[in-house]
Design a protein around this ligand. Structure first.
Ligand SMILES: [Zn+2]
Length: 282
C-alpha cells in the first residue's frame, strides 16, 4: 500500500492507496496538534505501507524539508529518516509541484505543462514529459519573482521588480492597505467597483502582470498546456478572458497559438500528485 499525504498549514490529510490504485482509507488531522514525523508514524503503524508520497506546503529539496510553515518538523531529512528507521521509501515535494503532476495526468498532456498558481503568492511548476523540472535546488518555476517593473511597495522576497509584487493576493492586500482603500472580502471585485485612480492602477497592474507572466511562460517554455489555479484565479475566472485578450503582446505568436490556457478543474490535485510522486519516482 501507498500512503499519499498532503501536508498543509492547518491539516495533514492522508489517503491509503491499495495495489489497484483505489483509496482504501482516508484520514485527516490538525497539523497544530501533532508533529509531522509523529503523524506519519501513527499512519504507518495502522497500515502496511510500503511507500510514502508527500505533498508539502513549503520548500523541499531532495528529500529534505527546508521550511516548515506552521508545522513541527523534528527531522528535516525526512526521506533518510523513514528509510533508516522504518525501511520505507519516502518521496516528498512542494505542493504546487505535486499538483502539477496531477494536472499533467488529468489533462492527458504528452509533452510540456506549466501549472501556474495565483493565491497568496504567484508560483508555477513545470512538468516535462512526466517529470518535474526542478532546477539545481528544486526552485525552478518561481515565475512570481521574475522581473516585471518597479513597484514602490516591495515583493515579499524584498525585491521591487517582481511579478508577484503586482499579481498576487499578498500584493493586493499590501497595496490596498497602503492606499487605505475601503474594500470588501473579494479584493479584485471591490477594486473593479471603485472609481479612484489608485484602485484602477492596482487592478490594471494586476491584470497586466498576469498577462505578462503567462506570455513569458509561453515564450520561455513553449508549453502544450498552461493550467491556472490558486484561490485568486478560482474566485475570479474572468481573469482567463483578460489573459486571452492581452497575452499576445507578451508572447511569441507561434508559441501562443500552440498553447492551451485553461483553469484547473481538478479537486485535491496536491494529494493526487503525492501518489504520483511515488509512481513516477519510485
Ligand atoms: Zn519577489
Amino acid at each position: 500500500m501507498i500512503a499519499a499525504i498532503d501536508v498543509g498549514g492547518t491539516n495533514i490529510r492522508c489517503n491509503i492507496i491499495g495495489e489497484d490504485e483505489k483509496i482504501v482509507s482516508s484520514e485527516s488531522m490538525s497539523s497544530q496538534d501533532i508533529g509531522l514525523i509523529e503523524a506519519i508514524e501513527s499512519i504507518i503503524s495502522k497500515y502496511a505501507v510500503k511507500k510514502i508520497g508527500i505533498s508539502y506546503a513549503g520548500q523541499v529539496d531532495d528529500g529534505v524539508i527546508l521550511s516548515a510553515p506552521n508545522i513541527k518538523v523534528d527531522e528535516p531529512n525526512i526521506q533518510a529518516y523513514f528509510l533508516k528507521e522504518h525501511g520505507i521509501d519516502l518521496y516528498i515535494d512542494n505542493d504546487l509541484k505535486c499538483a502539477a503532476l496531477a494536472e499533467y495526468e488529468y489533462w492527458e498532456c504528452d509533452t510540456t505543462m506549466v501549472a501556474a498558481s495565483v493565491g497568496t503568492g504567484f508560483g508555477s511548476a513545470i512538468v516535462e514529459r512526466g517529470k518535474l523540472v526542478k532546477g539545481s535546488h528544486n526552485l525552478a518555476g518561481e515565475i512570481g519573482h521574475a522581473p516585471y517593473k518597479y513597484s514602490e511597495i516591495p515583493c515579499g522576497c524584498g525585491n521591487h521588480h517582481c511579478i508577484e509584487a503586482f499579481c498576487s493576493g499578498s500584493a493586493l492586500t499590501r497595496k490596498i492597505e497602503h492606499h487605505r482603500l475601503p474594500v470588501g472580502e473579494e479584493l479584485l471585485q471591490s477594486l473593479k467597483e471603485m472609481q479612484s485612480d489608485e484602485a484602477k492602477t492596482i487592478l490594471e497592474d494586476f491584470h497586466d502582470a498576469l498577462s505578462f507572466a503567462v506570455g513569458s511562460i509561453i515564450s520561455f517554455i513553449n508549453p502544450e498546456i498552461i493550467v491556472l489555479g490558486g484561490g485568486v484565479i478560482h474566485k475570479n475566472p474572468y481573469l482567463l478572458e483578460i489573459i486571452n485578450e492581452s497575452v499576445a503582446k507578451y508572447a511569441l505568436s507561434v508559441s501562443r497559438e500552440q498553447t492551451k490556457i485553461i483553469i484547473s478543474e481538478l479537486e485535491d490535485a496536491p494529494i493526487k500528485g503525492a501518489a504520483l510522486l511515488v509512481k513516477y519516482y519510485a
